[in-house]
Structure formats: C-alpha cells, structure tokens
Design a protein around this ligand. Structure first.
Ligand SMILES: *Cc1c(COP(=O)(O)O)cnc(C)c1O
Length: 488
C-alpha cells in the first residue's frame, strides 16, 4: 500500500481484509478526534492531518478494507512521516572520485558556509552603491577578487559554466558562426553537448579538422566574414592519444587577432592554482589561458575551484560589458547566498598555502596516504564485523580520481577496503547485493565494483565515528544470519 508508505507488516497490522461487502469506515471527523490525530494536528496543523486521514480512508474504501478510527489515525501518521523525509540525502562518497557530479561535486569550506549562512539570515547590500546610495552591481562583490586572482581585466558570473558558455556564445555570435575543432566537440554528462549549446545560443557551429588532428590552417581556411569567434574547449572527460594534433591557445590567439575576432577558451573545471604539488599533471590555470591570449575564459565554480555551483566568465572589458548587457544574463544571475559563498571561497585563494587546510576539495586531493591507512586500520574491524562471514575484507590499494572532467586520466594512489565474496559461486550477484546493502544504509555508502571486488576508497571519508554508527545498520543478504544487528 504505497500511498500510506507502510511496510507490508505494518499494513497487515493496520488493515484487515473486510469480509463484509459493506465495510463501514469511521468519518474523517471521528478519526481526527482520536488522541493520536489530535497530537498530529498540534504538530503539523489541521490541513495536512485532515488530508492524510482523507487519503487513508479513500484508500481503504477503494480496497474495501475495514479500519477503526485509531487504525486510520495510525495510518495517517505514517503517511505524514513519509512526507517528512527529506529528499536531500547525505551519502558517503567512497567512490574514489573526489568531485562526483552525481553526488554534488565540491564540498564547501567552512568560511563559505558561514558566509552563506550570514547572507541567508541578514539583509545584505547586494546591489547597493554606498557612495551614491543608488543601485550597484551584484557582481561587484566578487569582480575585483576574480580579476586579481586571474589577472583578467574584467569578470562576471552566472549559474554554472554551461550557462557561461551559452551566454558568451549568444552575446558574441548570435546569427553568426563559431569555429571549433572536431576533436573538442565534447559531451559532458547531463546533456551538455557543445553542438547543442551552440545551437541554443543561436550560433552556427563550423567544425574544423578531424577527431584526432586539427591544424592551424584548418581554422585559417574556415574564417569568413560570418565568423564571430574561435572557440577552444577543454576536452574535460577524455584524452585522445597517439597520432594527434591540436592548435594551442597561443597560436589561435594570433589568428583571432589577425582577423579581429575574439578567442573564447572554455576551460571546464579551470583552476586558479597549479596542481603539480598534488602529484597531478598541470591543468591550464585561468591566468595561463588568459596570458596565452584568450579574450574570454569560462570555468566552473564547483569543480576544482571547490566552491558552490557557478560559471565564471573573465577577460576583456568590452566583451564582458556586452555580456552583462545581454538580457539572458538576468535569467542566469547568481543569488545572494551563492555570491556570499563564492566570495568567501575566492578569498581563500589569496593565501594559497592555506588551501589544503581550508578547502575540502584540496584537503581530499592532498590527503596523505599514511593518514588514509590509519583510518583504514581503525575501521577494518568494524567493516569485517558488518559485512559478515560471506565476504572477506582487505585493506588494499586503489586509485582516486579528481572527477567532473578535471585531469581525466590522472589518478592519485589511495587506500580502501577491497571486499570480495567468500564463495566464488554467484559472486557477481553477491557483490551487487552487498553494494545494494551499503546503498540502503540510513546514510548510503557509495562504492564501486571492479575486478570482482566491492571497493570503498577512504580518501574522502572524514567523519569516522558517524560512519561506524551508520555501518552498524548494515543488513547483508545471505549474510544476515551471521550477525547480531537487526534490520533497520
Ligand atoms: C564541466 C564543463 C562544462 C559545464 O560546466 P557546469 O559548471 O557543470 O555547467 C562546460 N565545459 C566544459 C569543458 C566542462 O568541463
């Protein structure tokens, strides 16, 4: 009985099949007078409780089952309890992917959380010019910081990088053409396909080169009077290796300048600092892309930058001014809560050596392997006890990755639990069952299955105590008879 959200046991207890063809149900009024319903009304109000009772009685009537007033009130209480469960479910990301798009990407720094909190609780000067008392620009809150950190002349921001690309192309190239290499016509998960974004922006895509090789002359030959911009796109989530050729931003910038058209560089993740100190290959920083000659650079707020979702556009003053005048900008603007969090996140970059301590993304990236090992050793006995005798648990090496299309092929050595089925028969099914059991925990634990093992990478696990308490609720199928913990 999905509508009341009861388990089958509860349902059986609450609802008795009515042998009579004339089941007589109590009225809504009578049910609402029960002690339970009176209490519910005090907490949730008249409307919600009456609606729940009505639903329960309608359902019972439709199914020709009999209910007493107390049973109906009980069912209504369950109904309300289900509606109280938040859709925002906290999970443990033990996938090894630090910035997991499906798990919400970057976690915010405490400073950013405090700033967002302050902005939520207070009236703030969002678009207020203190010198004249008139109207200011909301982007001013972060413009100077963005310019200082990237070396850009000017900066603006919108909801996310997809919007930044869309807005940039629409402003520069609506009704005209934009030249892109075939090797850079990427699709990012969640329906971001460069050709589609281009079409939505009203710009016509001119593809040049081939999948693996694009030459300077390909761009050169494609330029016409209709060309509004050259676009370079970071091939975020893949690498083509072997017989390849692409044209650097520097070379493209020369070509763009010669023809007096802007060069736009969509960096995707983008980063404000070099990644080499984390043992990762260097991603182009925003300032490098600008000094290579890009007229505009777009990048995300919640990828390597480690902030909330946002899309930044930095570069030439005159182009940013046109972008800010585009009515589409108004539809993509960032609210005060995120602006506050973005500003606080960007401020942390003023002191780069503090980043690994302050920004969760960099903390995870730079986490020491010995620290991860110590965590694994502390958790191992709990893990072994929880999965039961049908599985073996080992601490083993695994590879973390950055995720969200940043440095796609580089990995960071990490450690985690490598859990295998004790019996090789049906091991695939046993591991799937185990992964399901972890996913069904009150705070779901998300790992991955690889090489006949369920792997839980511990790089992103910080709160061990809560993790252990959560783990005690694990119910493994096939292994449930072995252990004391009851069903949740
Ligand atoms: C991730 C990415 C985007 C989209 O950015 P969002 O902030 O997710 O909207 C666009 N372009 C590239 C190259 C990307 O990697």
């Amino acid at each position: 009985m999905a509508r009341t959200g009861l388990t089958s046991d509860e349902e059986a207890a609450v609802l008795r099949s009515a042998p009579s063809r004339h089941p007589r149900l109590p009225s809504v009024h009578i049910v609402s007078q029960t002690a339970l319903a009176t209490g519910l009304i005090e907490t949730f109000g008249q409307k919600a409780v009456m609606d729940a009772i009505r639903d329960v009685l309608d359902d019972a009537r439709a199914r020709e089952v009999m209910l007493t007033a107390d049973e109906a009130a009980q069912a209504a209480a369950s109904h309300i309890a289900v509606s109280q469960v938040s859709g925002v479910k906290v999970v443990y990301n033990l996938t090894g992917t630090i910035l997991h798009t499906n798990l919400g990407r970057a976690l915010l720094a405490e400073e950013a959380i405090e700033a967002a909190d302050k902005a939520m609780r207070n009236t703030i000067a969002l678009e207020y010019d203190f010198t004249g008392g008139g109207r200011g620009e909301r982007d001013d809150i972060v413009r100077d910081l963005l310019c200082r950190l990237t070396g850009a002349e000017d900066a603006t921001l919108v909801n996310n990088n997809a919007a930044a690309v869309l807005l940039t192309l629409n402003t520069l190239a609506e009704g005209r053409t934009v030249i892109v290499s075939r090797g850079e016509l990427i699709e990012i998960g969640g329906a971001f396909r460069m050709p589609d974004i281009m079409a939505s922006a009203g710009a016509q895509l001119v593809e040049v080169g081939t999948t693996n090789r694009t030459h300077f002359r390909d761009y050169e030959n494609a330029i016409t009077a209709e060309t509004a911009a050259l676009l370079k796109v970071h091939t975020s989530n893949f690498r083509i290796e072997g017989f390849t050729k692409s044209v650097s931003a520097g070379e493209l910038s020369t070509l763009a300048n010669e023809h007096n058209i802007p060069l736009v560089d969509d960096l995707g993740s983008g980063t404000l600092i070099s990644l080499s100190e984390f043992g990762l290959p260097d991603e182009p920083t925003v300032s490098k892309a600008l000094s290579a000659g890009a007229d505009l650079v777009t990048f995300s707020g919640d990828k390597l930058l480690g902030g909330p979702q946002a899309g930044f556009i930095v570069g030439r003053c005159d182009l940013i001014a046109s972008i800010n005048k585009n009515p589409m900008k108004r539809a993509m603007r960032v609210d005060k809560i995120r602006l506050a969090a973005i500003e606080a996140t960007l401020r942390l970059y003023q002191y780069p050596e503090r980043l690994t301590a302050r920004l969760p993304t960099y903390r995870a990236l730079s986490r020491d392997i010995d620290d991860i090992r110590a965590c694994a050793n502390r958790l191992a006995p709990h893990m072994a006890a929880c999965v039961g005798a049908h599985f073996s648990v080992e601490i083993g090496a695994c590879e973390s990755q950055v995720g969200s299309g940043a440095v796609p092929i580089a990995t960071l050595p990490s450690l985690g639990f490598v859990i295998r089925a004790a019996c090789s028969q049906h091991e695939g099914r046993a591991l799937q069952g185990l992964a399901n059991a972890f996913r069904s925990l009150p705070a779901p634990v998300i790992g991955r299955i690889k090489n006949q093992a369920f792997i839980l990478d511990l790089r992103c696990l910080e709160d061990e105590e809560d993790f252990i308490a959560n783990l005690e609720r694990l119910v493994t199928t096939g292994g449930s008879g072995d252990r004391g913990a009851g069903p949740t």
